[in-house]
Design a protein around this ligand. Structure first.
Ligand code: AKG
Ligand code: FE2
Length: 306
């Protein structure tokens, strides 16, 4: 199957229904049968990624979209999926996400949309949100303040931007002195909710930064929203060393149309370099969804919008 066939199958899933105001459950249900239409190669690669944490815990699938004109950018991350093209893209993103778990979102984030837009937004250029552009989006994990943060998140590129490098660094690739590792493994850090959340139910948590066994090290980090608890200088120095180690371990990719990148949000920290937004309707445009890979956790929430 090639990208044109997958695109057609995604259109078949939508039929004549307009999904722009569909609920999260309706969107995901529509995408479920599309899982069977994904190329066998996609199934194989996602499975390898999920069991072996291959390639630094980041999976890049390419060529998932035919050459399509996606029309003008939506105005904000939480905007509805207004066009049929965007809805087809969402179907494809959700189908891949379903191979790793259940798509979900926080009620407090981007209107609780299960598929969000990553687009530059005027006046948000220098914020630490996915609506930024001319400012660097610094190292972070998604929603590190919450134990319910996603296990994975996927970005499907509808339209790229030349200079926008999506960067990532896996916890297990970090080179750190044992003493720094020890400090980072203690719950001496406070993670706060980022500014994209509107009235989150939890606003901060105390956490270690690195945890788990060496071969499957997990990380909870954010350049801006993580700080040492109450003037702990040793913890502060450890964070400075960690930041350098992230910069040394980093890899990156400039997303192009049809690229889908999946990041393990428990083991990988990510960032994005600055790019120019023209606000001419043809700026960079990604679709994003977050995945909960624990069915037990999903049941505990009782909803995919938590
Ligand atoms: O734009 C990117 O490449 C990354 C965006 C991002 O970090 C996010 O949406 O949380
Ligand atoms: Fe992010």
């Amino acid at each position: 199957m090639d990208a044109a066939d997958l695109w057609r199958a995604a259109g078949d899933r939508l039929g004549s229904t307009d999904f722009s105001r569909a609920s999260a459950d309706q969107l995901v249900s529509a995408a479920v049968p599309l899982v069977a239409e994904l190329p066998a190669e996609v199934h194989r690669r996602v499975h390898e990624y999920r069991v072996r944490s291959a390639h630094s815990d980041v999976l890049l699938l390419r060529g998932l979209l035919p050459s399509v004109e996606f029309g003008p950018n939506p105005m904000a991350s939480g905007a509805p999926l207004d066009t049929e093209q965007a809805q087809r893209g969402a179907m494809i993103l959700l189908a891949v996400a379903l191979l790793l778990g259940e798509p979900f979102n926080f009620r407090s984030l981007y209107d609780g949309q299960v598929v969000q837009h990553v687009v530059p937004v005027p006046r948000m250029e220098n914020t630490q949100t996915s609506e930024s552009s001319s400012g660097t989006l610094d190292w972070h994990v998604e929603d590190g303040f919450s134990p319910d943060r996603c296990d994975y998140f996927g970005l499907l590129c509808l339209r790229g931007a030349e200079n926008a490098v999506t960067r990532y660094a896996a916890a297990r690739d970090l080179r750190l002195p044992a003493e720094v590792r020890r400090v980072l493994a203690e719950p001496r850090f406070e993670m706060h909710a980022d500014s994209a959340h509107v009235s989150p139910s939890v606003t901060k948590s105390v956490t270690p930064v690195l945890f788990g066994p060496d071969h499957a090290l997990e990380i909870c980090y954010d350049d801006h929203y993580l700080r040492p608890v109450d003037g702990d200088d040793e913890a502060k120095e450890a964070l400075a060393e960690l930041k350098e180690a992230l910069d040394e371990a980093k890899a990156g990719h400039v997303l192009e149309p049809g690229d889908l990148i999946m990041l393990d949000n428990r083991r990988v920290v990510h960032a994005r370099t600055p790019f120019r937004a023209a606000y001419d309707g043809h700026d960079r445009w990604l679709l994003r969804t977050m995945v909960c890979s624990s069915i037990a956790r999903l049941h505990r929430h009782g909803s995919r919008i938590i």
